[in-house]
Design a protein around this ligand. Structure first.
Ligand SMILES: Nc1ncnc2c1ncn2[C@@H]1O[C@H](COP(=O)(O)OP(=O)(O)OP(=O)(O)O)[C@@H](O)[C@H]1O
Ligand SMILES: [Mg+2]
Length: 352
């Protein structure tokens, strides 16, 4: 077997889905690959040259022992503290011997985000279920549409032959037929395929924010945390506004009064959606301080007609997920009372 050239091996490290970090004897970070950037939520630039303890405070002792003993070890389900939450990771530490071969010079950390693996398996199930459900609902909506048109037309004809008092009844028929028509239109989802152009997610966020501010006033505090260096998406701006609006509106409703909604944008590298791995995806988050998703709805939240509100139709999330799926993306969420985050993942460029 030939020797793999350095340029090729560094390319391999760059493209691994496993996070790789190397550290020296002083426990200072020397190398960070893109997968590790995603796991730690820091860039290589921010990490290299810094003590690993800054990013993973309680790992020091284990690493000291690995250096002293020259033994590699694996930790399953280790806790990696991140800002605002903990991640669960599998960690393998391998000491590299120095030139003299008598003691370890540096350590290689291989890190698997376990949460991510569990999440991916779950995602595919959600997406399959969701698509099956949508087909049923769309078929049903289609079947209702035609007779509904006939019903409304007949009421209109009848109206002409009736006196003023009876007309009130035909008006009720027409009004209710219109209401049903609007519901059926929403059930069918976006009528057209996305018309894609270059769009900036921040424009979408800002547009939705101004729409909602006009609706809810100052009680809801909108805070923005944008990554200004994000590339543009190739997407349908109207449809994205619709999807984001549905999510922000849900947050406003969950607040039931004063509260805070965060709009956040980040890049994720080497990210898998369904079966496809993307080099770079957008992570757009809508976070609120509301009461959280009712536990009974957690597993079926994205299905059509699932609602926790007496006046809800349960279509907002289903439509948003549909739009994002048409852009090869995915919406997922995390929720507890006081903190609910909906995350939209959208690929910046689609790899085939
Ligand atoms: N940010 C959130 N916080 C708490 N619960 C939420 C949040 N977003 C959605 N939900 C729950 O999920 C349910 C479904 O949301 P979805 O937007 O699909 O329908 P809806 O809001 O009930 O009706 P509509 O069709 O008018 O949007 C909501 O009724 C609510 O119970
Ligand atoms: Mg809604």
């Amino acid at each position: 077997m030939g020797i793999v050239p350095v340029s090729v091996s560094s390319q391999i490290i760059e493209n691994l889905t496993t996070g790789v970090v190397t550290i020296d004897r002083a426990l200072v970070v020397c190398l960070v690959n893109p997968a590790a950037e995603t796991i730690f939520e820091f860039s290589a630039k921010q990490m290299v040259g810094q003590p690993i303890a800054r990013f993973w405070p309680d790992i020091g002792l284990l690493l000291e022992q690995a250096l002293a003993g020259g033994q590699s070890f694996t930790r399953r389900d280790a806790r990696l503290p991140l800002v605002g939450r903990d991640a669960c990771v599998d960690l393998t530490v391998t000491p590299l011997m120095g030139r003299a071969g008598d003691r370890a010079d540096s350590l290689v950390l291989e890190i698997h985000a376990v949460d991510r693996l569990r999440r991916l398996a779950h995602d595919e199930e959600i997406v399959d279920h969701h698509q099956a459900q949508r087909l049923v609902v769309q078929g049903l909506a289609h079947e209702i549409k035609n007779p509904l048109g006939g019903l409304r037309g007949a009421a209109q004809l009848l109206e002409r032959q009736l006196g003023a008092t009876e007309r009130e009844y035909t008006r009720i028929i027409m009004r209710e037929a219109d209401r049903l028509q609007a519901l059926v239109d929403r059930l069918s989802g976006p009528a057209r395929l996305p018309r894609k152009t270059a769009v900036n997610i921040h424009q979408i966020f800002e547009h939705v924010r101004s729409l909602m501010l006009a609706e809810v006033g100052p009680a809801v505090h909108f805070r923005r945390d944008y990554d200004p260096s994000l590339p543009e998406l190739n997407a349908d701006p109207d449809q994205l506004v619709q999807a984001v609006l549905n999510l922000v509106r849900n947050s406003v409703e969950a607040l039931r009064g004063p509260g805070t909604i965060w709009l956040r944008s980040r890049v994720e590298r080497q990210f898998t959606i369904g079966q496809r791995r993307h080099r770079q995806v957008l992570r757009a988050e809508i976070e609120d301080t509301g009461r959280g998703v009712p536990p009974a709805l957690r597993e079926t939240l994205f299905y059509p007609m699932v609602t926790g509100r007496p006046e809800g139709t349960g279509l907002g999330l289903s439509i948003a997920q549909d739009i994002v799926r048409r852009h090869d993306g995915l919406i997922e969420y995390q929720s507890e009372p006081g903190r609910t985050v909906f995350r939209l993942f959208l690929p910046f460029e689609v790899k085939t």
